[in-house]
Every structure is written in structure tokens, then in C-alpha cells.
Design a protein around this ligand. Structure first.
Ligand SMILES: *[C@@H]1O[C@H](CO)[C@@H](O)[C@H](O)[C@H]1NC(C)=O
Ligand SMILES: *[C@@H]1O[C@H](CO)[C@@H](O)[C@H](O)[C@H]1NC(C)=O
Length: 330
């Protein structure tokens, strides 16, 4: 009962509360988990391994269960990438199906989808409370693969959209605490803003930041609205300024562009040639500037900081996207 009351009261209070001091004061209300010791069941987080051999037949991997791994198509010789959805999504939403198929078809990685649907199909604030639970379970899964399949932290890449980006961040921290190693990479696709960036909570462990992995790259497509506008990684890409995407009138459309850009970069890794923003601002002739790809090819050897790129509108037919996104200078 108390829990339900706080779910209704908190958004109301937040609307009235604009100063940082007031927001910090409200924090315990925003996190009913801390207030009422409410812990959702971690058993509602599932891990599905997708392999190019049969994309419609994933293997369910279980935490602390070596048999589920031994019987699966998990390939010890490949690096492992986890895909994590956000609020109110599940493993079979079209963008996630499209992304995992594009990635599994490269035959370069084990692709594991983190499905936390039962914990994400609730009001936003409650889903927010669930994110640390999902993150801890994800850390347990990585640890299970380390124990029973020799997975190296240096071969782990977490890719999360919206709330999933923060789940990736907190999982990265938990893995460090468990194994004293940083994972190789986290990619945040338009990390969620409300109750992460605003009210001011960037200092919380549950918010994605560069210390969560050896390399953190972030693509901001609806910053300052549904998502974070503040840099959260070593490299932060702001296509079209990072707030609104061409061809989108609704916020959610811009928010979903981050995952579309990512999947497009899997199919065509050199597609999004971006500028280091400091160079771009100083330059009178952008044609002369060095460019750096956004998406799968981003890496820790690029100069750290903010990147800028302009894209065109795209034509899209969700499941089988015909991507016509072009980079700005071609
Ligand atoms: C893929 O898995 C599904 C479900 O288990 C099965 O019905 C189908 O025949 C499989 N396809 C191939 C090509 O093995
Ligand atoms: C794991 O990482 C360590 C350090 O980076 C490396 O020496 C080792 O060979 C790796 N093991 C595997 C199985 O890849």
C-alpha cells in the first residue's frame, strides 16, 4: 500500500520540485525500494542465447547452472555481447529482434538477450526501482559464464537501450566488485533520463558512467527529454545535436533512433562518420576533418569526448529495415 502511494505521490511532488536541494530531499521517496525494503524477484530476469544457426530457437541460460550452458550453442571461442531492453519492452519487440539477428548473423559473437519483461511492464517509477535487481542478476550471469565457460571480462560487451543502458552500467560495476576486473565495453543507447539524470542523481552507482567498463560509448538521440543529455561515457555521440532526430516529431521516435543507428552500424560499420566536436566547432572546412565512426567500430583509442554527426531522415519498415540513413557530408 505504502508502495502504491509513493508511486502516485512522487511524480506529483517532482512536478513541484525544481531545485536541486528539494530534489535531493525527495530522493528516498523516489526510491521506494530503499524506503520499504521492497525487492522484486530476480527470477523474473531471463537470458536467451541467440545463434545464427537458428535465430528462432534461442537457448535459455540459467544463472549458476552449468548444464544450461553446456547444452546450449554458447561458443567459448567467441566474445559475448548482451543486449538489454528498457522500460515496457521485452525480448521480442521489433527493434530487439532486428538488432540480435543483425548481430548474430555476423557470426562474430555470442548474443545474449536480457529479458526483464515482467519487471519492466509496470509504471515507470517502479521499473526504475527494478533496474538494480536486473543489473545484479546480469552480473551473476556473467560470473556464471566465467566459472563454467571460461568467459573473460575482457570479452564482455553490454549494450543497453534507455533504462537498459543504466542496467548495463550498474552490472559493469557489480562485475568489477565480484571479479576485480572491468568488462571490455558498455554501449549506452539513449540512456534514460527521468529518475537517473533528473532529479540530480548522476552520482548514484545506478547511473551509467565511464568507470563502469574499460570503454563506455553512448549515443544520445533524445537527450533532455526521455533520455540523458549529459555525457555518460568516454565517447558521447550526439547525432543531429542529440535531442531530436530528423523525420521524428514524437520524442519516442527520436529515442528509438539510437537503436536503429546501432543496428545500421552493424550492417554498415563505416556508415556514420562523426566529427570530434571540438574539431568541428573550430574548423572552417569540415571536409578536412578527421572522422570517427559511430556505432560498432567506436573504440577507446578515439579521442575521449563529444562527437557530432548529422543524419538524414530514413525510410523504415520496422522488421526488415531498409536503412537510408546517410552521413552528413556525402
Ligand atoms: C529452429 O528452431 C525451431 C524451434 O525449435 C524449429 O521448429 C525449426 O525447425 C528450427 N529450424 C532449423 C533450420 O533448424
Ligand atoms: C583473459 O584475459 C587475460 C588478460 O587480458 C588474458 O591473458 C587471457 O588469455 C584471457 N583468457 C581467455 C580465455 O581469453
Amino acid at each position: 500500500m505504502k508502495f502504491q502511494v509513493s508511486l502516485i505521490l512522487t511524480p506529483l511532488l517532482l512536478l513541484l520540485c525544481f531545485t536541486e536541494r528539494c530534489q535531493n530531499f525527495l530522493y528516498p521517496l523516489i526510491d521506494p525500494g530503499k524506503l520499504y525494503n521492497y525487492v522484486p524477484p530476480e527470477s523474473q530476469v531471463s537470458f536467451y542465447l541467440y545463434n545464427y544457426e537458428n535465430l528462432s530457437d534461442p537457448n535459455l541460460l540459467l544463472v549458476n547452472d552449468p548444464k544450461s550452458i553446456a547444452l546450449s550453442r554458447y561458443d567459448r571461442n567467441l566474445k559475448t555481447k548482451f543486449l538489454i531492453h528498457g522500460w515496457s519492452h521485452h525480448k521480442d519487440v521489433p527493434w530487439l529482434t532486428e538488432m540480435r539477428e543483425a548481430m548474430a548473423n555476423t557470426k562474430q559473437w555470442n548474443i545474449i538477450v536480457v529479458d526483464w519483461a515482467p519487471l519492466s511492464h509496470v509504471v515507470y517509477i517502479e521499473a526504475r526501482v527494478h533496474t538494480p535487481v536486473v543489473a545484479k542478476q546480469l552480473a551473476q550471469m556473467v560470473f556464471t559464464l566465467k566459472l563454467f565457460a571460461g568467459l573473460n571480462a575482457s570479452a564482455v560487451h553490454l549494450i543497453g537501450h534507455s533504462m537498459g543502458a543504466h542496467i548495463a552500467g550498474y552490472a559493469g560495476l557489480k562485475i568489477q566488485q565480484m571479479s576485480k576486473e572491468k568488462i571490455e565495453r558498455i554501449t549506452g543507447l539513449d540512456p534514460a533520463g527521468p529518475l537517473f539524470e533528473w532529479p540530480h542523481m548522476e552520482y548514484l552507482d545506478e547511473v551509467l558512467d565511464p568507470s563502469d567498463a574499460d570503454f563506455v560509448d553512448v549515443i544520445h538521440t533524445n537527450g533532455g527529454r526521455i533520455a540523458m543529455i549529459t555525457p555518460a561515457g568516454h565517447l558521447d555521440y550526439y547525432p543531429n545535436g542529440g535531442e531530436k532526430q530528423p523525420g521524428c516529431s514524437l520524442w519516442i521516435c527520436s529515442h528509438m533512433r539510437a537503436v536503429e543507428y546501432w543496428t545500421a552500424s552493424i550492417r554498415n560499420p563505416m556508415l556514420f562518420q562523426s566529427y570530434f566536436y571540438k574539431d568541428y566547432k573550430r574548423s572552417s572546412n569540415v571536409e578536412e576533418l578527421e572522422t570517427y565512426p559511430m556505432g560498432i567500430l567506436a573504440n577507446k583509442h578515439f579521442p575521449h569526448g563529444t562527437y557530432y554527426i548529422e543524419t538524414n531522415e530514413e525510410y523504415k519498415d520496422y522488421i526488415r529495415t531498409v536503412t537510408t540513413i546517410k552521413d552528413s557530408y556525402t
